[in-house]
Design a binder for this molecule. Structure first.
Ligand SMILES: [Zn+2]
Length: 178
């Protein structure tokens, strides 16, 4: 049997007995299996910093594949990234994120979480909020990330957490003062 792969130019519409119309728009064969996640990531929806996130992660996943034998990733993407944990618009938003981390741990055994905030994040009021002061913005996000890490650590004490800030130069790793 020929396996179809790739985009569909003309959708072959089918109809169920209840009148639901459906048809593939893309073919890709997936071998479904349970996996252990090498890590989870939390990042903002902002597409402007998608590329550095992906490039840094691609290399890091290669390293994890060699060390752990898995490079599966549970990515959590929502407006604000780590800010939703440290300074959520509503407390239930933070609960939602923590529940998601819990599901990732239970079902995929996730032991490492990388949290990313980024430059000029609309969720934090953009760069204008800091009067275009890069240092002030960076220090704000450091404080927010440390707060987020503290909250996640309280909920999941054995989870390894790495903190990051993405700016126009690349991806920065941040560690709390000892
Ligand atoms: Zn953002």
């Amino acid at each position: 049997m020929q396996t179809r792969e790739g985009p569909v130019t003309t959708i072959e519409w089918l109809t169920t007995s209840t009148g639901v119309r459906y048809g593939y728009v893309y073919y890709h064969h997936t071998v479904r299996k349970r996996y252990r996640a090498a890590l989870g990531t939390i990042r903002c929806i902002d597409d402007g910093f998608w590329r550095p996130y992906k490039l840094e992660l691609r290399d890091f996943l290669k390293y994890l594949l060699g060390r752990l034998g898995t490079d599966n990733l549970d990515p959590f993407v929502f407006a604000g990234g780590g800010l939703v944990i440290s300074s959520p618009e509503m407390p239930s938003d933070r609960d939602f994120v923590l529940r998601n981390i819990g599901i990732s741990r239970r079902h995929h055994g996730t032991k490492l979480l990388k949290i990313y905030n980024h430059h000029d994040c609309a969720f934090a009021g953009g760069f204008a909020r800091f009067n275009n002061d890069l240092r002030a913005e960076f220090e704000f996000h450091c404080r927010e990330l440390f707060h987020a890490a503290h909250i996640v650590r309280e909920a999941f004490p054995d989870l390894e957490i790495r903190l990051h800030f993405i700016d126009c130069e690349g991806v920065i790793r941040i560690e709390e003062p000892k």
